[in-house]
Design a protein. Structure first.
Length: 265
């Protein structure tokens, strides 16, 4: 899953694709270099980010979705709003990627149920502006699995076909670095949910901290691709369905290596 952030303030590439033409070209490039689908988002969900209104999110997202879909490119829409999801699907998107797991907008789950589209349900404890204050767990893996399991039961009761649902443990969302590593290291426990798993570790701060220099300064965002590809390989070997990345080629290669490695066992 290649990332196209049509935003001025995303943590990794804010502003690079804020122009619609640049965003479309970025999506095309990601597809040419190994992505299987393009995830278009118009609202930053980095820690501390403030929300934009629905009209602005729609202005950013829908033209880009429409142009990529017209090229025959599979597109997912990264949004927590049912209104944005509906317009993006009408423009040609085929999957809804909701970092709030349907909790930010009370209309989202009923919309997804009626639309019958693939849906990514992420583990979420609250909005970006204060989510890190919610990073309190007994055992993070058990807690995340339990909370996702509860949420899956809730959306199934609301009419969502779970055969169309992918789960995402929400690395970095109300999680610190130790929490992220525990979720990655114990990935097999997430398979107990019985749903495909999406992992989104690309360029995130916990990788920067792991690769800090001798003075403790984190590795710059743009220099975390090797670490991102390493996570992609390990995630694929661990049975993840998809990895969400900012650069397709390194992670696509890593996934191919993992597939060959596990296939030769």
């Amino acid at each position: 899953m290649g990332v196209v952030n049509v935003t001025p303030d995303s943590f990794s590439d804010g502003g690079e694709c804020f122009d619609a033409d640049a965003a479309v070209e970025r999506g095309r490039t990601l597809m040419r270099t190994g992505a299987d689908l393009i995830d278009v988002g118009g609202e930053s969900t980095r820690p501390g980010a403030l929300r934009v209104d629905a009209a602005e999110e729609l202005r950013r997202v829908v033209p880009v979705v429409a142009r990529l879909a017209a090229d025959g490119i599979p597109v997912s829409v990264d949004t927590t709003r049912a209104e944005v999801a509906a317009d993006a699907l009408a423009a040609g998107a085929s999957l809804v990627n909701d970092v709030s797991g349907g909790l930010a907008d009370p209309e989202m789950i009923s919309f997804v149920a009626a639309a019958g589209v693939p849906y990514v349900l992420m583990h979420w404890r609250g909005p970006s502006v204060d989510m890190q204050s919610r990073a309190v767990y007994g055992d993070v893996v058990s807690d995340v699995v339990g909370e996702l399991g509860t949420r899956l039961a809730e959306i199934e009761a609301a009419g969502v076909d779970l055969d169309r649902v992918v789960v995402d443990p929400g690395l970095g969302f109300a999680k610190n670095a130790d929490h992220n590593w525990a979720l990655l290291g114990r990935l097999q426990e997430l398979h107990a949910l019985g749903r495909p798993i999406l992992l989104a570790a690309s360029r995130k701060a916990f990788l920067g901290r792991l690769l800090a220099d001798a003075d403790g300064k984190p590795r710059p965002v743009g220099e975390r691709e090797d670490a991102t590809a390493a996570v992609a390989a390990l995630a694929a070997a661990g049975g993840a369905w998809c990895v969400r990345v900012h650069e397709a080629a390194p992670s696509a290669d890593a996934v191919r290596v993992a597939a060959a490695w596990t296939g030769a066992r």
